[in-house]
Every structure is written in structure tokens, then in C-alpha cells.
Design a protein around this ligand. Structure first.
Ligand code: GTP
Ligand code: SPV
Ligand code: MN
Length: 582
């Protein structure tokens, strides 16, 4: 196995894929050997900054890689690494497209593992809120520095000596995704799956990023960034936080059904935001590509994603067609009839009747953002784009209307703090249980979630700030037959149109106990093909909202008895009073 080092803003990241440890004796002998003969197969170790060079030398001695590759980021290197992985059997080409590859992971390594993701700080409370006595905390996991050291010792010595097993490097039993903020360090061991191993993504841009953001007065968020141009040619940008597999990529690339609208994508997963000198909240997307959910993606739901992934894309755990193409649930109508399908688990003549999915529900594509046909001209602007609305949302099968607007920033922060959503295949949770997911950040908080809420409240007090309006959206409400009431996808442009007009100051909202909703007929439904039960879509059942208030209260009492900001507690009381009068 090779040790590769790359540099991401201020942080030196080392992926440590590993299998077993050596005995101490063996280890010492191996360290001595490695120091004598470091085999650098690419790049020159002496050109590295002294600190980096030391890091490489020390860790090479510890991990025992066969050789060292110092990344230069060139196309030639990219091609070389692909062909290396092809030879190893980790990747195979999807010959129907240009430079597209399929990787099939070990079936035990298919999603993020929240249960094995930890933050290590001296003070536990810096990392996680203190739950009520007898209650297990669900807002992150903390590891003491001593236990962190033990975790290192148990995993790292000699870890790169072992061969790749099953064509896939992983060790699910010993997996750990650890963050040590004091050292700006990430240790990712035992998983090759996306969010566990693409360290610049959730580990750095969200977990360590949120810590930097708190220190420096900005926001690092699990949000898409979208440019919206209305039929008059006016343009606004929005950011939206939905939990994993709840629609960010789809909204970020949407094909609007409302005539005259144009959407442009800045990012689909992460936003870094801060106020500029004029008080506008500016957002950048810190990523170069999209790591998107494959199932459900098709020319009818997300044509822009389909056009993006036709070349230079790596697919993980999708199914393969006999003509060298990809397949997943949702592509039935777009796949030739005369091909056979090999499922992600290797069933060579997969049939729908098997009752098993062809592609893993969390199968994904990893593709360059620059290939997206609607990529925004400013998507790489270092200044960022000005955000005028922030959306929170999730999968709420019941009770939660299509859209509502917060009364003000503090109420908006409360809406973010009380987000809930059905679990999805993006992490290891089983079933469709509705989970709390504050700000869509539950798996990604780099520090105490209560302090995180306080940080959002503080951001709202920034002098001269033009605060974005805040919304909650729900594309996933179901009727009594269990069917989605709202068609979603491109039709969500109707909701964005209402938000756009609200941001422009149009008087088209009415007050309800939970927030402001569109006045009758204010949502533009012209040309909507399906008939939608709008009354059901916006109904606010009293018993549902009373229960929601109680549920939130219990959650806060259990999870944040000492860490919840007073403002959030008083917003909950205010909601309770309004709901009592429903
Ligand atoms: P992560 O990459 O995990 O952060 O997910 P994401 O938030 O980007 O979710 P994504 O857009 O990939 O959507 C996940 C799933 O939700 C896909 O199967 C989509 O087809 C489905 N989906 C997205 N938008 C809608 C919608 O408006 N309505 C319905 N019914 N499904 C949607
Ligand atoms: C998510 O789960 O929110 C993702 C995919 O964006 S991963 O990078 O695996 O975290
Ligand atoms: Mn995500």
C-alpha cells in the first residue's frame, strides 16, 4: 500500500488505511529499516517543507508502506493512479463512457459510520454537549486524548504492510474517523468509503472547518449553494441545508419547470460563509466536485447531474450493464432492454424480481463540478456569492408543510436547531425513523452543538449585517396511501419563486403558529401537470404540532440540559404558546 500526502488549506492530511499491528519487536526493526530506505516512487521528498518532510518520514517509519508517492495534482498523475488502481482490481472501466470507472467496495464499507466518528479534545464539553444523567448523547462522540493515543497505537504501527483484501482496503471492525482539533489532525482508519476517507470533505471542510469558523466568526455548513435568475433577469443566491440524501444535489442542479427561471449551481454539499465589508453574507463552495447519491438520479429527475457524469467520473457500488454502462434504481426507463445487469453485489443476471436493489441505496458518483452544464460562472470566485435566503429542510412524511418562513433570524436559528428527518442510507442507521438532525449537521459538528447554536445566534448580531431570510422546506410529505403529495425536483422551482419574491419584499405571506406560509394563490402553480392537494400539503394538524413541541422539549432536555442557548429555549416556549392556541 502507498502513503500519499497532500496539502489542504493549512492541514496536512494523511489517510491511514490499515489492517493489523506488528509486535513491538518486529515494529522497531521495521522502523529502523524504513528510515534507511524510504522508497519514494513519485516526487522528491527533499522539496517538501521541513515540517511536512518530517511528518512523512516519521509516519512512513510507523506505517511501513511499500513506497511513498508525493502528490503533484497533475493530470498525468491522475491517469497513473487510475491505472494503478485498475491493475489492483480496485477500479474497472465503464467502457460505454469516457474515462468512467466503477469501484465496488466491501459490503461492510458502504456509508459513513457515525458510531465510529470521534472528536478528541482535552475537555469533553468542548466536543459534545453533556446529556442528562443516564441518557446517551447523540450529538457527536468524544474520545479522551489517552484513548485517542491508544487508538493510534492499536492501529498504526505497520498498518500499510498488509495487502489489500477483497480488492478493497478496509477494516470495518477497527474503523475510526478521528479528529484532533488541537493538532489540526485527522486520522481515518479502516474505511475507503467516501465521507470516511475523502478527508477534505466532511472531516476537514465541516468538522475541523466548523471549529475554525467559530474561532474566526464565519460559518462552515452542510449546504448547497444555488443561483436563481427570475424571468425579469434578476439574480439571487440561496444556500440550503438538508440532511444526507435529502435533496441537496437535486436542488443544486434543478431544472426549473416554472417558465423563465434559470438555475445555476455553485455547490451541492458544503458552504463556507462570512459577511463581507458591505454586510452581505458571501458563500464559497470548498469542493472541486460532487459526490452524489446515484439511485433516483435520472434524466427525468436530475438531467444536469446525468449530463455531468458521462465522463471522468468514478462510480461506487452502482450496478453495471452488459454494454459497459451504469445502472441503478430510477434508470429503468433509460436503460436499453437488451442488456443484462450485474448488481453491485456481483449477481450477473440481476432481475428486479429478486427483490434486492441492483445498486446499493447509498451508491454514488464522484465527478468534477466543472462538468456540470449549469455550473455558475462565479462558482470558483474567491469572494463568494451573496446569500439572500437560507433554507432548512428534511424528510418529514407528516405534519410539516411544503414551505414556511421564519419570523426573524433567531426564530430561523430555532428552526435549524429543531430540524428532524427520516434516516437514509447515507449512514449506518437502520429503517426510516425520524431523527433529530440540527442544521443537517448532527454527523458533522466539530464542537459542542449547543455552542454551535450560540455561534449562529451571534452571527445574527454581526453589526451592519444584511441577514438572509430563513425558511423551512419539505418536499417529502406523504398522503394516507404513503405517496409523496408534492412532485418535487424541478417543481420545487415554484417554492423558490415564492422565496425569491419574499426576499424582494412582496407581501405574499400569511402568519401561522409555526411561521409564514404562502397566502392563498401566492404559490405559482401555472402549468403544474399533476393535481396536488394543496390543502393537505399546507395543513397544520394541531395534535401533530403539540406532539412536535413535546418531542423537541424532550430532546433538548435529554441532549442539551446545560448547553442549550436561552434564546432557543425561549423560542420553544413561544412556539408552544402559539401551538396551544391552534
Ligand atoms: P448527500 O450527498 O448525502 O448530502 O445527499 P443530498 O442531500 O445531496 O441528496 P440528493 O439530492 O442526492 O437526494 C437524495 C435522494 O432524494 C435521491 O434519491 C433523490 O432522487 C431524492 N430526492 C431529491 N429531491 C427530491 C424531491 O424533490 N422529491 C423527492 N420525492 N425525492 C427527492
Ligand atoms: C453525506 O452523507 O452527507 C454526503 C456523502 O455528502 S459523504 O461524503 O459520504 O458523507
Ligand atoms: Mn452531504
Amino acid at each position: 500500500m502507498a502513503l500519499s500526502i497532500r496539502c489542504a488549506t493549512q492541514t496536512y492530511i494523511c489517510r491511514r488505511l490499515t489492517h493489523s499491528m506488528r509486535t513491538r519487536q518486529q515494529k522497531n526493526c521495521v522502523i529502523a529499516n524504513t528510515i534507511r530506505c524510504l522508497s519514494v516512487v513519485h516526487g522528491n521528498i527533499n522539496t517538501l517543507a521541513p515540517k511536512v518532510k518530517k511528518f512523512v518520514e516519521e509516519n512512513a517509519a510507523l506505517f511501513q508502506p511499500d513506497h511513498i508517492h508525493i502528490c503533484d495534482g497533475t493530470e498525468a498523475e491522475h491517469t497513473q493512479l487510475l491505472s494503478y488502481m485498475h491493475k489492483q482490481g480496485i477500479l474497472k472501466p465503464l467502457t460505454k463512457y469516457e474515462n468512467c470507472w466503477l469501484s465496488v467496495t466491501d459490503p461492510a464499507d458502504v456509508a459513513r459510520v457515525e458510531s465510529k466518528t470521534v472528536i478528541s479534545t482535552t475537555e469533553k464539553r468542548d466536543s459534545v454537549p453533556t446529556p442528562k444523567e443516564g441518557v446517551t448523547g447523540t450529538l457527536g462522540r468524544w474520545l479522551s486524548p489517552d484513548d485517542m493515543e491508544k487508538a493510534y497505537q492499536e492501529r498504526l504501527p505497520g498498518c500499510m504492510k498488509e495487502p489489500v483484501i477483497n480488492n478493497w482496503p478496509c477494516n470495518p471492525e477497527k474503523t475510526i474517523i478521528a479528529h484532533i482539533p488541537d493538532r489540526n489532525e485527522i486520522l481515518s482508519y479502516g474505511s475507503g468509503y467516501g465521507g470516511n476517507s475523502l478527508l477534505g470533505k466532511k472531516c476537514f471542510a465541516l468538522r475541523l472547518g466548523s471549529i475554525l469558523a467559530k474561532k474566526e466568526g464565519w460559518l462552515a455548513e452542510h449546504m448547497l449553494i444555488l443561483g436563481i435568475t427570475n424571468p425579469k433577469g434578476q439574480k439571487k443566491y440561496i444556500a440550503a441545508a438538508f440532511p444526507s440524501a435529502c435533496g441537496k444535489t437535486n436542488l443544486a442542479m434543478m431544472n426549473p419547470t416554472l417558465p423563465g427561471y434559470k438555475m445555476e449551481c455553485v455547490g451541492d454539499d458544503i458552504a463556507w460563509m462570512r459577511f463581507d465589508d458591505e454586510g452581505r453574507l458571501r458563500a464559497i463552495n470548498p469542493e472541486a466536485g460532487f459526490f452524489g447519491v446515484a439511485p433516483g438520479t435520472s434524466m427525468s429527475t436530475n438531467p444536469n447531474a446525468m449530463l455531468t457524469i458521462r465522463k471522468n467520473t468514478i462510480f461506487t457500488n452502482v450496478a453495471e450493464t452488459s454494454d459497459g454502462g451504469f445502472f441503478w434504481e430510477g434508470l429503468e426507463k433509460e436503460t436499453p432492454n437488451d442488456v443484462t445487469i450485474t448488481s453491485w453485489l456481483g449477481d450477473k443476471n440481476w432481475k428486479k424480481e429478486s427483490g434486492k436493489p441492483a445498486a446499493h441505496p447509498n451508491s454514488r458518483f464522484c465527478t468534477p463540478a466543472s462538468q456540470c452544464p449549469i455550473i455558475d460562472p462565479d462558482w470558483e470566485s474567491p469572494k463568494g456569492v451573496p446569500i439572500e435566503a437560507i433554507l432548512f429542510g428534511g424528510r418529514r412524511p407528516q405534519g410539516v408543510p411544503l414551505v414556511y418562513e421564519a419570523f426573524n433570524w433567531q426564530h430561523g436559528v430555532f428552526i435549524g436547531a429543531t430540524m428532524r428527518s427520516e434516516a437514509t442510507a447515507a449512514a449506518e442507521h437502520k429503517g426510516k425513523v425520524v431523527m433529530h438532525d440540527p442544521f443537517a449537521m448532527r454527523p458533522f459538528f466539530g464542537y459542542n452543538a449547543g455552542q454551535y447554536m450560540a455561534h449562529w445566534l451571534k452571527i445574527g448580531r454581526t453589526p451592519n449585517a444584511k441577514l438572509p431570510k430563513i425558511y423551512h422546506v419539505n418536499w417529502f410529505r406523504k398522503n394516507t396511501e404513503g405517496k409523496f403529495i408534492w412532485p418535487g425536483f424541478g417543481e420545487n422551482s415554484r417554492v423558490l419563486d415564492w422565496i425569491f419574491r419574499r426576499v424582494d419584499g412582496e407581501d405574499c405571506a400569511r402568519k401561522t403558529p409555526i411561521g409564514l406560509v404562502p397566502q392563498n394563490d401566492a404559490l405559482n402553480l401555472d402549468g403544474l401537470k399533476e393535481s396536488v392537494d394543496m390543502d393537505e400539503l399546507f395543513r397544520l394538524p394541531t395534535d401533530f404540532w403539540q406532539n412536535e413541541v413535546n418531542e423537541i422539549k424532550t430532546y433538548f432536555d435529554n441532549q442539551l440540559p446545560n448547553d442549550l442557548p436561552d434564546e432557543i429555549a425561549s423560542e420553544l416556549n413561544a412556539l408552544k404558546e402559539r401551538v396551544a392556541k391552534m
